[in-house]
Design a binder for this molecule. Sequence first.
Ligand code: ATP
Length: 289
Amino acid sequence: MTASSSPTVPDEQRQLLDAAAEFQYHEGAMEYEERTPGELWSIECVNVHKKFGRFAVLQGLNFCIPEGTITVVLGPSGTGKSVLLKHLIGLMFPDKGDILVHGQSVPHMTQPELLEMRRRFGILFQDGALFGSMNVFDNVAFPLRQHTDKSEAQIHATVMARLDDVGLADAGGRMPNELSGGMRKRAGFARALVMEPQIVMFDEPDSGLDPVRTTLLCELIQQMHDLYGGTYILITHDIATARQIGQYIGVLWRGRIVQSGDRDHMFDSPNPFVRQFLNRQGRGPLGME
Ligand SMILES: Nc1ncnc2c1ncn2[C@@H]1O[C@H](COP(=O)(O)OP(=O)(O)OP(=O)(O)O)[C@@H](O)[C@H]1O
């Protein structure tokens, strides 16, 4: 249903919704492409549709994620950010449309190709997703033991280096239930980095953290990106996080990326929805629905 056909939306809000819907979705992305000719997109989502039963979550989503940057996908709760993230790593598949990772179509991959592709990803889940029965060291070592033939000495050196990176060099022997929420996330981050991924995804890294710890985690994410490079993708509804570390930002709403572009472009957006959302304004197309 289009915004203008909704009988329950007040007139003023309906006009704003129409203005937002008519806005050139990818103005920012196109400008970016013009300014950085020859740059590869790391991930491309092309007209992605996904329904659960009759509930359409992704509705023709187009979004390109630039190689080598920190991209933040922002959007209100329940708009499909996690669903999008699962599509990028082939944990969910679109009903229609395509997702290309380094030019390769994820829905068309064979199972071995999918597994190979996922090894290029490091993922930090909301709570760190640590195995409760293993200490921090073994959690971080797990992908190396599963997917490489490194010796225990090599694994030890790599794990200790990553734990040191995230400030947990002394915490290797601790069990996950002995860690604070922030420490669990940092341990999860060390594990996400341990296979030297080309792409690192963060599912709401700021969830459950107070503003100071969120800022510190963002600083750590920025430092690791400066140190090791790669493409980082964060999904969040925290605008402060996007402002702090998002070099490139996509705003998701009603199953589509409403607008994407670099940070300055986005925070200065003429799109009524993007402006409302990024500036936390009560008045605008986004209501309480
Ligand atoms: N496997 C599933 N089966 C049915 N519905 C699902 C499934 N996964 C997600 N959904 C629905 O899709 C919608 C989008 O969910 P999603 O978790 O992606 O939102 P989100 O933007 O990440 O929200 P939040 O910021 O609150 O975490 C929700 O209404 C959710 O209930």
